[in-house]
Design a protein around this ligand. Sequence first.
Ligand code: CO
Length: 212
Amino acid sequence: MKASYEKLIKGNEQWVKEKLSLDPNYFSNLAKGQKPEFLWIGCSDSRVPANEITKTESGEVFVHRNIANQVIHTDINMLSVLQYAVEYLHVKHVIVCGHYGCGGVKAAMDHSYVGLVGRWLAHLKDIYQNNKHILDEIPDANERENRMVELNVIEQVHNLAKTSFIQKAWKNRELEIHGWVYSLHNGKIKDLNCKYESIDQLEPIYRFSGLD
Ligand code: CO
């Protein structure tokens, strides 16, 4: 029986051929280095591939994905990606892109014990609790879940603004943080208009002094 993973190797061979037929220097140019303008922080969900849904090419988007697109202050993985993207690649935009129908958000709104991943999702439960007054006013379960997806993105954008890397960049140059939500149903991205572009938008308690 043919192993299903062989499809990936075959697909890669086909993709290489296609790229080279369009541009014989495609790979040699990419190998020279990267200068992406965007950092994408998205969900690990297989249905939300950053490049494909934004019609961008290799080299255009630096990507970090985790369950429910979270920005957690103790996550060394996310923080390393963020620091590298902001301080070394000098990306101009950081985008948190959530998606409606997010399994992580759904699980966090449920009471089932899900093991280790539940600890990761615990942060989402806090977002729910902090926005209970808004969420409990929405009678339709689906709409409530969609709003929770949006509130999660808004919270993660806020969390980005709280980091020293972002604040340090703001002292020296322009940098925007955006919050978007992708719809699995129609493929469209919605801008939640929760953009941060300056430390003035951040509550004083989160502002660092002494950054240069
Ligand atoms: Co998800």
